[in-house]
Design a protein around this ligand. Structure first.
Ligand SMILES: *[C@@H]1O[C@H](CO)[C@@H](O)[C@H](O)[C@H]1NC(C)=O
Ligand SMILES: *[C@@H]1O[C@H](CO)[C@@H](O)[C@H](O)[C@H]1NC(C)=O
Ligand SMILES: *[C@@H]1O[C@H](CO)[C@@H](O)[C@H](O)[C@H]1NC(C)=O
Ligand SMILES: *[C@@H]1O[C@H](CO)[C@@H](O)[C@H](O)[C@H]1NC(C)=O
Ligand SMILES: *[C@@H]1O[C@H](CO)[C@@H](O)[C@H](O)[C@H]1NC(C)=O
Length: 421
């Protein structure tokens, strides 16, 4: 080896080495240029659409076009970093979270920008809607309650209550129905119901169980054909239909000291505001059309009545009894204008069928039978009244009432016997 050539060789080595390094740096730089040229995708945060208080919610971070890559995630609630490095963040919501969530992804040299902030909108407690059918009791028929919650698939269980009037509270308290706690079915059937009654439902799910609010109360009404009347409601004047701004009084009767008169109208429950003792006085308006009944201080429900207010003063009203008519008794239906009772040439309809079309002004039924039950309306010189239901109570129902009453309240027997005799 020629010593004199050694520095040259070292130089050559160094040169190649340096070139190698430069080329490496160059490719690395080129690589960097390429990757930074391509803007990192901005992630988006996604959520399940509907969230209720108590729900466990998974917030997901999605990087469009970055699927399949090994991202590490960062999360923020509001402006504060929170723990979590996976694409999903799980949170149990207790109330509306105003701050919202955002995320970003990190991989090799890449760092995405922060996603837009997504806020969790926690819905108000879902309030179930109860339906009761039928609305009016008939002997022997069962009553079906249905409790409807939004998102029925979500594994709700149901709780069924009956309303117990509580006059001191200006409301009702609720009493769980037999086997009415946490049923998997969203319906509940009641057999042998004979009195007017109110019901309420609510739903629950999860562990620990989270409960919805109570539904609005709904009612099944008894017209009083087949139960002992320990409480009743009388209407004066005694007819279903009334003109606008008629003065009507509703009186609760029975051996109780405290009463309230309730009205169910247009899906809403309300109490009479003007009670004088056991009487509710109203100056009628269209909104007084509805179902009325009494509730006593000791939790009794009376039978219920329909009231219809005719808004148009130029239209006639049908004069028909508010309470069921007993089979075999006589009943007279008539037609009235605001100014006077119509004495002649009235057409009467039973279930939309013309049944009397002559100079008489009244429809007289001397001995009512079950087949006379139904809707009636009248028509006078082209002006037609609204239609109203007339119910007929069987003598048999009446007899069973007498026996029932005799067993519990002997003092009533003579009263009832007096009526039917
Ligand atoms: C009230 O009216 C409904 C129909 O509108 C009827 O089914 C029900 O029997 C009526 N109740 C009374 C007590 O007349
Ligand atoms: C009414 O109720 C009171 C107390 O419950 C009782 O003492 C009274 O005898 C009852 N009156 C009638 C007519 O039944
Ligand atoms: C009904 O109206 C009449 C006359 O406008 C009035 O004297 C009476 O106090 C009213 N009654 C009620 C219960 O509002
Ligand atoms: C009431 O009805 C009658 C007959 O349809 C009509 O002649 C009259 O003009 C009406 N009056 C009002 C105030 O509408
Ligand atoms: C119906 O009219 C007849 C004959 O006018 C009368 O005898 C009967 O008492 C009336 N019935 C009622 C319930 O008013």
């Amino acid at each position: 080896l020629n010593i004199s050539k050694l520095p040259g060789l070292i130089c050559l080595f160094l040169l190649t080495f340096l070139m190698l390094i430069f080329s490496q740096i160059d490719t690395a730089m080129k690589k960097n240029v390429i990757t930074t040229n391509k803007t990192p995708p901005k992630p988006t945060v996604t959520l399940q659409p509907q969230i209720y208080s108590g729900d466990t919610v998974t917030v997901r971070c999605e990087i469009q076009g970055g699927e399949g890559a090994q991202w590490r995630y960062e999360w923020r609630r509001g402006q504060k970093n929170i723990r979590g490095t996976s694409s999903e963040y799980t949170v149990t919501v207790t109330e509306s979270d105003g701050e919202g969530y955002s995320c970003r992804g990190r991989r090799d040299y890449l760092l995405t920008e922060w996603s837009d902030i997504i806020r969790l909108t926690v819905l108000n407690e879902p309030r179930p809607v109860l339906t009761v059918s039928p609305s009016w009791l008939s002997p022997g028929a069962s009553v079906t309650l249905n409790c409807e919650v939004e998102h029925p698939s979500a594994g709700w269980s149901f709780y069924w209550y009956k309303a117990v009037p509580d006059l001191s509270e200006k409301s009702s308290s609720y009493e769980l129905l037999p086997d009415g706690s946490g049923t998997a079915q969203d319906s509940y059937i009641i057999h042998g119901q004979t009195h007017t009654a109110g019901y309420v439902c609510r739903a629950g799910r999860g562990d620990p169980e989270y409960h919805t609010d109570h539904s609005q109360p709904k009612f099944v009404w008894s017209a009083g054909q087949f139960v002992s009347l320990s409480a009743s409601l009388t209407v004066s004047p005694d007819r279903v239909q009334h003109f606008n701004s008629d003065s009507v009084s509703l009186t609760c009767e029975g051996n109780f000291t405290e009463w309230r008169v309730r009205k169910f109208s247009d899906g809403r429950l309300s109490d009479c505001r003007r009670m004088t003792g056991s009487t509710c006085n109203i100056n009628t308006s269209k909104s007084d059309t509805g179902v009325y009944w009494c509730e006593s201080g000791s939790g009794e429900f009376s039978s219920a009545v329909n009231i219809t207010v005719q808004n148009d003063g130029n239209v006639s009203i049908l004069v028909s009894p508010v309470h069921p008519v007993t089979e075999g008794a006589s009943v007279n239906l008539s037609c009235s204008l605001r100014t006077q009772k119509i004495l002649s040439n009235v057409f009467f309809y039973h279930n939309d069928k013309l049944i009397q079309n002559d100079p008489r002004g009244e429809l007289k039924i001397s001995a009512v039978s079950k087949s006379d039950e139904g809707f009636y309306k009248c028509q006078y010189s082209g002006r037609e009244s609204a239609q109203s239901w007339m119910s007929v109570k069987g003598e048999q129902d009446q007899n069973s009432v007498v026996h029932k009453v005799a067993a519990t309240m002997p003092y009533l027997e003579s009263r009832l016997a007096g009526f039917s005799g």
